[in-house]
Write a protein that binds this ligand. Structure first.
Ligand SMILES: Cc1ncc(COP(=O)(O)O)c(C=O)c1O
Length: 455
């Protein structure tokens, strides 16, 4: 990134001495000074001190309207009383039993209630673990090895998912991924039926197809529903396991996730984030026939040779189960999601009006309670002019001029809003007033960007 210091960065530095100092300490103690790549911010990240509702406060005392909202996990907002109460109650009763417990059963039953087409749940530690287990289940069920993955779709950070994440899509997004792993993943451009058919035709070695149903990278590459429908039908006829990665969309797009919203159902679904109410956790859900590959039977040969093996010290830990169950109970009737969707629409429309009024080259889009941001669409020839537009996904995922995203994020923080670089999430705690203030903050931040010649 170009390290030109501008007045936005100067103001940011002046306003955040404690964060800057903590980042200095962190770099000497934590690899890269960060615990998640996406928290990287130039010139340094802000350090949070506490959070409540739609807000968080940084260590320099600034109040921020938060659109990270636990990387999308906190659809109820920070510190919802029902979730806090459930965690506090569980804290007194133990944080890890090393044993089965009643709450995990109730949690699983609630997941099934919200996803009525699903018969079994298996809890894991994170979304990354969920996609890893789903891939293993698909391979075990079919006896085949290859997995089709779409360019720009994100499924966590394990080796099988470290492929075709960002352009250039034919190169892994990380060093250290073995060629043998890369060979197992068949990469396909998203929403391109001809390309998909060309890729898979004549093959009998495909175990599964995995994708984010709302579109790659949290809807950065919007989904074509016709493509999704055809994929569903094709995989069904070919005995290929269709995996929807609903780590973001599960419980958010509807109580039953993107599948309920679109009326298109996968064979296996991966869940995390909202599932565990803001604490660590994930799950794979699906039919009994696929999921019971994990079950012990009385047959020692099955148990040793055929069964899908799975472990994990923190799977369904009681605190996550308590927070997750409390959250899912509140999400059952879909009203919270409807409210957040409405706020999402108001925010997207309000931001679009501001962008038009300022004449800056910025585009805001997305569905449900997700707001995607793209800087300089016209400059890069990005066309989003029809509902069925299929903008170039290389461009969408490349986010050219990354420096501008960092600068905008700093400018927004200076105006009381913490919005992730590429997309933000809305929670039930975001009030109409929060949305209004956010639109004004964007207006001020975009004006600063324009005045600095950054847009
Ligand atoms: C669609 C999708 N799948 C998988 C993951 C990985 O989940 P986790 O960060 O819990 O490992 C994420 C995380 O953002 C995600 O958005």
């Amino acid at each position: 990134m170009k390290k030109t210091e501008t007045s936005i960065y100067e103001q940011f530095r002046r306003a955040h001495p404690r964060s800057e100092s903590l980042f200095g300490q962190a770099r000497a103690a934590i690899a890269g000074g960060l615990t998640h790549d996406i928290r990287h911010l130039h010139p340094f990240p802000i350090y949070a001190d506490r959070a409540h509702g739609s807000r968080k406060w940084d260590v320099d005392g600034h109040e921020l309207i938060d659109y990270w909202i636990g990387h999308g996990a906190l659809i109820l907002g920070h510190g919802h009383p029902a979730v806090r109460g459930a965690i506090a109650n569980q804290l007194d009763r133990g944080t890890h039993y090393g044993a089965c417990h009643e709450l995990e059963v109730q949690w699983a039953e609630q997941v099934l209630k919200l996803n009525p087409r699903v018969e079994r749940v298996r809890f894991v530690g994170s979304g990354t673990e969920a996609t890893l287990l789903a891939i293993r289940l698909a391979r075990a069920a079919t006896g085949r090895g290859k997995i089709v993955k779409f360019e720009g779709h994100f499924h966590g950070w394990h080796d099988y998912a470290a492929v075709a994440v960002r352009p250039p899509f034919d190169r892994p997004v990380s060093a250290g991924v073995p060629q043998g792993v890369l060979d197992e993943i068949l990469i396909c451009p998203p929403n391109d039926w001809d390309a998909f058919i060309t890729l898979v035709s004549g093959r009998d070695d495909i175990a599964g197809v995995i994708l984010e149903p709302e579109g790659g990278s949290c809807g950065t590459i919007p989904t074509n529903h016709d493509f999704l429908r055809r994929l569903r039908e094709f995989t069904r006829t070919q005995g290929i396991v269709l995996i929807f990665d609903e780590v973001i969309t599960g419980f958010r797009l509807a109580p039953g996730g993107a599948q309920q919203r679109y009326g298109i159902y996968a064979d296996l679904t991966t869940l995390a984030k909202i599932l565990a109410g803001g604490l660590p956790g994930g799950a794979v859900v699906g039919s009994a026939s696929l999921m019971d590959q994990l079950a012990f039977t009385d047959d020692p040969t099955w148990n040793r040779e055929k069964r899908v093996w799975h472990a994990g010290t923190f799977n369904a830990n009681p605190l996550s189960a308590a927070a997750g169950l409390a959250t899912l109970l509140l999400l059952a009737d879909g009203q919270i999601q409807i409210g957040a969707d409405r706020a999402g629409e108001i925010l997207r429309n309000g931001l679009t009006e501001v962008i038009t009024a300022l004449g800056v080259d910025v585009c805001v889009y997305g569905e449900s309670s997700i707001v995607n941001l793209f800087l300089e669409p016209h400059r890069h020839g990005l066309v989003f002019d029809r509902p069925d537009s299929q903008p170039d996904h290389h461009l969408l995922m490349d986010h050219p001029n990354q420096e501008a995203y960092h600068r905008l994020r700093c400018a927004l923080i200076l105006h009381g809003v913490d919005f992730p670089l590429f997309h933000g999430w809305i929670s039930a705690a975001h009030s109409d007033e929060d949305i209004e203030k956010t639109i004004l903050a964007f207006k001020a931040a975009l004006r600063l960007m324009r005045d600095e010649g950054a847009l």
